[in-house]
Design a protein. Structure first.
Ligand SMILES: [Zn+2]
Length: 156
């Protein structure tokens, strides 16, 4: 199909190392193909996950510590996962989970994901109180949320 050809020719270098970008591009082009593409990427990413997991853990820990020096929330464990649809999550036991693919994101988006999950330590919801916490360090969270949605990212 023409659409597919266009897509491949516009981002040939992104197929392996920047799978995320590839998924995002795919989502924009054709919603119907979304599930297949995500599954394919998921299978091919297990090797990448093993290779990059510790890099991701280091990056995430560093960012969590940096941002939490402001918030000073208590948290349990930080886990790095190879999830298909989520960027991060925060459990009721105050454990933080992050998708290892965060290392491929632009710094601003990665920072936002960290801050978003950090704020769930205090507010495990998306109420006004929660967004007020986010906006203390990320005042333009609305535009970034929009950016994430437009690009086919799942809610955090
Ligand atoms: Zn959230």
């Amino acid at each position: 199909m023409k659409m597919k050809t266009n897509h491949q020719s516009t981002s040939p270098l992104l197929l392996k190392k920047h799978q995320l970008v590839w998924i995002i591009n795919g989502l924009k082009k054709n919603r119907f193909k979304k599930i297949r593409r995500v599954k394919k990427t998921c299978r091919s990413s297990s090797k990448d996950y093993k290779e990059k997991k510790e890099i991701a853990r280091k990056l995430v820990k560093e960012k969590v510590e940096r941002f939490n020096s402001f918030y000073a929330f208590k948290f349990g464990r930080i886990s790095i996962r190879n999830q298909r649809t989520r960027w991060g999550s925060c459990s009721s036991k105050k454990n933080l989970n992050f998708n290892y693919r965060i290392i491929y994101l632009p710094e601003r988006l990665a920072d936002y994901i960290i801050i978003h999950e950090l704020c769930h330590l205090k507010e495990l919801n998306h109420t006004k109180k929660f967004w007020a916490l986010v906006s203390k360090t990320f005042p333009d969270y609305k535009s970034i949320n929009k950016e994430l949605r437009t690009n086919g990212f799942k809610c955090l």
